[in-house]
Design a protein around this ligand. Structure first.
Ligand code: NAG
Ligand code: NAG
Ligand code: NAG
Ligand code: NAG
Length: 423
C-alpha cells in the first residue's frame, strides 16, 4: 500500500501517547493525515473486552470509604451519618453513591455455622439493617473482606469461605466488595481472587468486585477478567510524596483500563489535612484524568468549603466519568527535573483533557505542544479551564501553555474547532 509508511508513522506517534490502543489502527484520511476526529482515534469496541462482565463499572466507581479518615474507629452511626451527609451535601447527586465500610466491621470469630458476624458493639443492628437504610436513601453499600485467612486488622478472612461469605453478603444486600490481601499464605493472587469472583457471581446479586492486592503481582495483566477494579500500588497516605509516587506508579498500567475494569491508585485523601489546597486539587485532577475510582476518604459530615469545592467540581468529575473510558497518561515531563508535566488523554466527542502539572516548588511555565498531544499541527481548539469554570480561548493552535504555581495542576478540555485536512 502506498500509504503504509504514513500509516505506520501515525500509528507509532499515537502509540507513544496512547499505548492503550496497541493493535488498533487509528483511522487515517485519504491523504494520510489524521483527522480531528482521530483525537478519538480508535475503535473503542476493544475497551472492556477483557473486563469482568457483570455489567458494572462502565465508568469508575464513585463514593466514600471509611478507612482513610476513620481506620478502625467505625460503627453503624458514623456510616449512617455519612450516608446522610452524601445526600445533604449534594455529593450523591454528583455520582458518589457507594458507602463502603472498610476493615473492622466484623467480630473476631465466625459463629457456630461458620458465618461472619458483625461486631455487636459497633454494628448492633447488623449489616442487613444498615443496607436497608443506605438503600432507602438511593445509595449503595460496600463491605470489606480479605483473600487470606485474616483481614489486615485480624478479623476472619474469606479464603476458602468464598461461597458462604458471598452468599451472606448478597443476603444482606451488599452491593460492593473490597477484597484485601493480608495473611494470604503466600498463595498467588491469581489463585485467590477468582474464587470470590465466581462466588459473587453465583449469588445472582450484582456486586462490584474491588481487588486490593496492592499491585504486587502486576494485576493489570490478569485482574481485568477477575474484578471491576484492581489496586496498582501500596496504600496511599495523606502526603504529597505518597500521592505523586502513586500517580506515577499507576500511570504505567494506563493501557489496561477500560469500561468494566479500572486501575485503582487507592482512595482519595482530599480533605484529610496532610496536603495544601493546591495539592489536593492536583490529587483530584490527576485521579479524575487517570480514570481512578473517586472514593472520598475524608469526613464528609464536616468538610471545609475548600474540600467541598474540590470534590464537587462537576467538570472534573465529568472527565472521570466520560463514556469513552480511556485512562489519561503522563505524556511529557521536563527531562531533568520532572517539574513540568503534561498529562492528557482523549475524551468522547473528539475532545482532549490536558493537565499541566507543576511537581516542584518554584512557579514554572508548563507547555503542551500539539505533537505531544497527538493533535495535527493545523488543528485549532477552544480551551475550557475546569477549575476556573471559564472558556479561556476560542482558537488556540500549536501549543497550550500556562504559568503553574508550585504543586498546582491546571486542568483543561480542548475541543477542536477546525479539522484541516486540505492538502
Ligand atoms: C461511632 O464512631 C464515631 C467515629 O469514630 C465516633 O465519633 C462515635 O463516638 C462512635 N459512636 C458510638 C456510639 O460508638
Ligand atoms: C455472572 O457472569 C455471567 C458471565 O460473565 C454474566 O453474564 C452475569 O451477568 C454475571 N452475573 C452476576 C450476578 O454478576
Ligand atoms: C507516605 O508515603 C511516602 C511515599 O511513599 C513515604 O515516604 C512515607 O514514609 C509515608 N508516610 C507514612 C506516615 O507512612
Ligand atoms: C470538623 O473539622 C475541623 C477541622 O476542619 C475540626 O477542627 C473539628 O474538630 C471537626 N469537628 C468535628 C465535629 O469532627
Amino acid at each position: 500500500m502506498s500509504d503504509s509508511r504514513s500509516l505506520l508513522l501515525v500509528s507509532l506517534s499515537l502509540l507513544a501517547i496512547y499505548p492503550a490502543i496497541a493493535g488498533i489502527v487509528p483511522p487515517v484520511l485519504d491523504n494520510g493525515q489524521r483527522s480531528a476526529s482521530s483525537l478519538n482515534p480508535f475503535d473503542t469496541s476493544n475497551y472492556g473486552k477483557l473486563q469482568l462482565d457483570n455489567g458494572l463499572a462502565r465508568t469508575p466507581q464513585m463514593g466514600w470509604n471509611s478507612w482513610n479518615f476513620l481506620a478502625c474507629n467505625i460503627n453503624e452511626t458514623v456510616i449512617k451519618e455519612t450516608a446522610d451527609a452524601l445526600i445533604s451535601t449534594g455529593l450523591a447527586d454528583l455520582g458518589y453513591i457507594y458507602v463502603n465500610i472498610d476493615d473492622c466491621w466484623s467480630s473476631l470469630l465466625r459463629n457456630s455455622k461458620g458465618q461472619l458476624v458483625p461486631d455487636p458493639k459497633t454494628f448492633p443492628s447488623g449489616i442487613k439493617a444498615l443496607a436497608d437504610y443506605i438503600h432507602g436513601k438511593g445509595l449503595k453499600l460496600g463491605i470489606y473482606s480479605d483473600a487470606g485467612s485474616f483481614t489486615c486488622q485480624v478479623r476472619p478472612g474469606s479464603l476458602y469461605h468464598e461461597n458462604d461469605d458471598a452468599e451472606l453478603f448478597a443476603y444482606w444486600g451488599v452491593d460492593y466488595l473490597k477484597y484485601d490481601n493480608c495473611y494470604n499464605l503466600g498463595i498467588k493472587p491469581q489463585k485467590r481472587y477468582p474464587p470470590m469472583r465466581d462466588a459473587l457471581n453465583s449469588t445472582g446479586r450484582t456486586i462490584f468486585y474491588s481487588i486490593c492486592e496492592w499491585g504486587e503481582d502486576d494485576p493489570a495483566l490478569w485482574a481485568g477478567k477477575v474484578g471491576n477494579s484492581w489496586r496498582t500500588t501500596d496504600d496511599i497516605n495523606d502526603s504529597w510524596a505518597s500521592m505523586t509516587t502513586i500517580a506515577d506508579l499507576n500511570d504505567k498500567w494506563a493501557s489496561y483500563a477500560g469500561p468494566g475494569g479500572w486501575n485503582d491508585p487507592d482512595m482519595l485523601e482530599v480533605g484529610n489535612g496532610g496536603m495544601t489546597y493546591l495539592e489536593y486539587r492536583s490529587h483530584f485532577s490527576i485521579w479524575a484524568l487517570m480514570k481512578a475510582p473517586l472514593l472520598i476518604g475524608c469526613d464528609i459530615r464536616n468538610m471545609t468549603a475548600e474540600t467541598f469545592e474540590i470534590l464537587s467540581n462537576k467538570e472534573v468529575i465529568a472527565v472521570n466519568q466520560d463514556p469513552l473510558g480511556v485512562q489519561g497518561r503522563k505524556v511529557s515531563s521536563a527531562e531533568e527535573t520532572g517539574c513540568s508535566q503534561v498529562w492528557a488523554g482523549p475524551l468522547s466527542g473528539g475532545r482532549l483533557v490536558v493537565n499541566l502539572w507543576n511537581r516542584c516548588s518554584n512557579s514554572v511555565t508548563v507547555g503542551a505542544k500539539w505533537e505531544v498531544l497527538g493533535l495535527d499541527t493545523s488543528t485549532s481548539v477552544s480551551v475550557r479551564d475546569l477549575w476556573k469554570h471559564e472558556n479561556m480561548a476560542e482558537k488556540v493552535a500549536g501549543a497550550l501553555e500556562s504559568q503553574v504555581d508550585p504543586h498546582d495542576c491546571k486542568m483543561y478540555i480542548l475541543t477542536p474547532t477546525t479539522s484541516h485536512s486540505s492538502i
